[in-house]
Structure formats: C-alpha cells, structure tokens
Ligand binder design. Sequence first.
Ligand code: ZN
Length: 259
Amino acid sequence: MTAHPAYGELRQVTPSAGVVLEDNPGAMTLEGTNTWLLRAPGATTCVIVDPGYEDVPHLTRVAEAAGEVELILVTHQHPDHVQGAPWLAARVDAPVRTFDPALCVDAPPLTDGEVVVAAGLSIEVLHTPGHTEDSVCLAADGAVLTGDSMLGRGTTVISDLGAYLGSLRRLTSVPPGTPALPGHGPELPDVAATAREYLAHREERLNQVRAALRELGPGATPRQVVEVVYRDVDQSLWAPAEWSVRAQLDYLRTTGEAS
Ligand SMILES: [Zn+2]
C-alpha cells in the first residue's frame, strides 16, 4: 500500500483496480474523491466507479485513462461521487448504475447480492446502508470498493447508526486480508479488521452516551448529552458533536435504551 498520488494521475493499486484522485480536498472528502477504474488484466474495456463532481478536467482525465468504458457504477447518492456521472456517461457512451433508481442512466438500479459482470470481472454488490440509505460496497477480484461506508482515514458521517452497525457486521465477514478501496483517502489492507475497529469505536461512543443518560435521565436532549460527554472538549466542536449524538440517541431509542 502506497501513499496517495498526485491529482489526476492513474495509480494502479491492485492488478485490476487503479485510482484517479479528484482535486477536491475538504473536511468531508479528505484529499479528494477517489475515482476507481476496474479492468481485469488483459480486458479491453473498463468499469468506472464514482466519477466525482461534474469536474470536467477530472472527468476528461478519467475518460482518457479508461479507454473503452463498459459501465459506470456509483457507490452512493452524494454529489462528490455521482454529480459527474451523467456528463461522463455522455462522454464515454456508457450506462450508469447505482442503488438509487433515480440516479441511473440507461440501466436498472443495482440490487443487493447481484453480481455485475463487466470488463472481465465479476463485481458483487453489497448493500451497506448507514452513511446513506443507498450506500453499496462492490467486491471485485479480491478487493472491496467501500465508497464512504469505510474511509481510508478517520470515521465517516452516519445518517442511520443502526443500519450502519449492521453493515459493519456484514463487512467483518469479508475474507481476512481483503483490501478496502475507499471513496476517500488511501486504501486499507483488511476490510474485516477495519470493520471490527469501527464497531469497537462506535460501541465505545455508545457507552459514553449510555453513561450520560444514566446521569441525565433517558429523556435527555442531544445538547445535554454533548455537554456531559464532551465536557473536556473545546466548545467549538459541540455543534458537530450534537449531530452524531442525535444519531446515537435515535439508535438507543430504537433499542429501548432511551426514551
Ligand atoms: Zn464522499
């Protein structure tokens, strides 16, 4: 596993997967969006995963690196992954498939457990909701493209914690030593090991919220919980923390641990 490359250059990561990094660094995108090119050794066509924004210089470089494109796949509905898909689809004359039917172009939506055969590869679709409801991971040729369900560094933003914990448990059953090729940040050596780390981290945070609820009562507001759990943390971080505490309280309410 190597360091992340210069923007706009194709870097081959596995024998069948290479990445072109979009020049859109930010708090949510880390160094930028990873646009993946999948192609079995010797295959004449290519699958593009996550075009990124409608960033014409980036999409043009991706199209040039790709050559003949059979299919464009998208891991989830966020604009830093899907916005450029219609432009790229027109440029390379290929359909777009994603879990959300509204974002597909000239093709049906992806379904959980489906195996997409393209560019000499069998690409298995794993529906992994949590970051978004429509998030998928794509398993191909001994690696898993994780989109934003698992990032190369740090943790991802969660919209549904219960769904996310279920998706992480599913990813713990990926064979040991399978690399993760994420939507942002560098690749990781072992999907299942990282899923277990994420689960432990989320469980630790939930335990902090459970402890705060014992102190405050089960009807405490997100803000009250933040003031307890983040007591020793700079107050500028309290507002973003309130979002994740809200997701944690929603989850504990579904499990009956908060009211
Ligand atoms: Zn993203």
